[in-house]
Design a protein around this ligand. Sequence first.
Ligand SMILES: [Zn+2]
Length: 245
Amino acid sequence: MIGGSYSSAEFASLRDPEPTESLSSYLAAWRGHAGVSHRRFMDYVAKSDPAAAVALLDDPDYPKHPCWRDAVAKLTGIDQSVLTELATSLGPWPLLPPCRVHACVGCLDDYGSPSGHARSKMWSYATWTICPIHNLPLMQVPAVGWEWMEIAPAQRKANARLMLRPDLVRASVEAAWSRLEQPVRNAIFHAESCAWLSPSGPSPYRDALKYNRFEDRYVWEDLLSFLCRSWERGPAPSLACLVCP
Ligand SMILES: [Zn+2]
């Protein structure tokens, strides 16, 4: 275990993972609790098992090589079953790690202070641009939770309003989003839900469009094209941000 000597009482104060919280978000919360920098944490992981460090660097949310779990459990004291659940994908089409840069300001507002924010797995899929809880478009953010404390001060300063006053940003996003016609908002949400539920990708989904009850056929087809675009080349703004007036 790293991060100095801790009594069991001190470790008990590490919060539990939030529902659908991503692995990287919870490990950042652990680092904040333990007072360990990301760099030092990764050094310890690499020293314990170089393959585990490579796996976490390749994908900090869904590492592929199974050895990462042993190394991280040994270093952090987090139960392996908790780690397994954190690293379990919720559905198809996860974005590549550099593209996982979105968050819901409604969720951030509900969490409270920036250090208490948690990054949801629901913000890391190509098929979700709308928060299913708040029905708000996801926004690009510099970092979430303890990761916010780990970025450069200048970057924190530049994004202070967004991350420190998500209540204000939430109000303006709600106002802008509400100006989009309700049928279009419904169509986007419904299309994203269908894409999420479609087990074999966009082709069956395209067929299903023939039977949809909305008249906004062109909206659906444009949305489908967007959802099916390649996410291999780097970050891109969400559909919701593009259509937001
Ligand atoms: Zn939300």
